[in-house]
Design a binder for this molecule. Sequence first.
Ligand SMILES: C[S@@+](CC[C@H](N)C(=O)[O-])C[C@H]1O[C@@H](n2cnc3c(N)ncnc32)[C@H](O)[C@@H]1O
Length: 234
Amino acid sequence: MPAAQENTFTPALGKHWLTPFYDLSIALTTREQTWRKALVQLISPKPSEIILDIGCGTASLDIAIARIAPGVRITGIDPDPAILSIARHKVAKAGVNIAFVQDYGDALGRHFEINTVDKVFSGLMLHHVTVQTKRAIFQAAFDVLKPGGSLYIADFGEQKTPLSRTLFKTIQRLDGFETTQPNAEGVLPKLMEASGFQNVAEKQVIMTPVGSISLYYAEKPMDEAQIRDLDYTN
Ligand SMILES: C[S@@+](CC[C@H](N)C(=O)[O-])C[C@H]1O[C@@H](n2cnc3c(N)ncnc32)[C@H](O)[C@@H]1O
């Protein structure tokens, strides 16, 4: 399995020195409560599920999930030691149980067995990486998910209107056009399908002052035994 296609990463706010201001900046610019709640509702976490968060940042989503589904086994993956340090402080303060792995999203195979994970999600990370790395991350997620497992993405997706394309320029100037423009042109669902996911759907589009955030859902197909054992009786 390919690991760490890019052995460097873009920090959460584009520059390392801005990382301590990440949570404040997201709260002020992205209608944070709206998209985070919508994503967590879509994930609908259950106690005892194994869930991975790729590009977990300061772990805001992981903490929300651990609070509503005590017993959930959640791991945040992020290559940035500085943001993981903030995440660990927040998790200790919240009194929840979350594991962290310092690594890249396309290196999941180093840490998790194939076909073992119930759900994989990612928030505002994929617009930071090249198309080659987006593809490698989807492939890595597909490999570790159980057959029938699901993928959830909240990120700047296809910018469908002139207004959202104009607003999104703020993010593009900050994070660079090479990694953000493919998202704006709608590449994410196509890459999910190319990685083998099925039932790929854009579930919601949330307008923000810096462009629209799309919530995407996709499934790893069930295996033959699961399909054979489907029970249609009530
Ligand atoms: C904008 S932040 C989003 C943080 C968090 N998911 C949230 O919802 O607030 C993007 C994060 O992706 C991480 N990141 C960048 N490149 C990555 C990669 N190749 N694999 C995994 N995480 C990456 C950054 O370190 C950063 O913490």
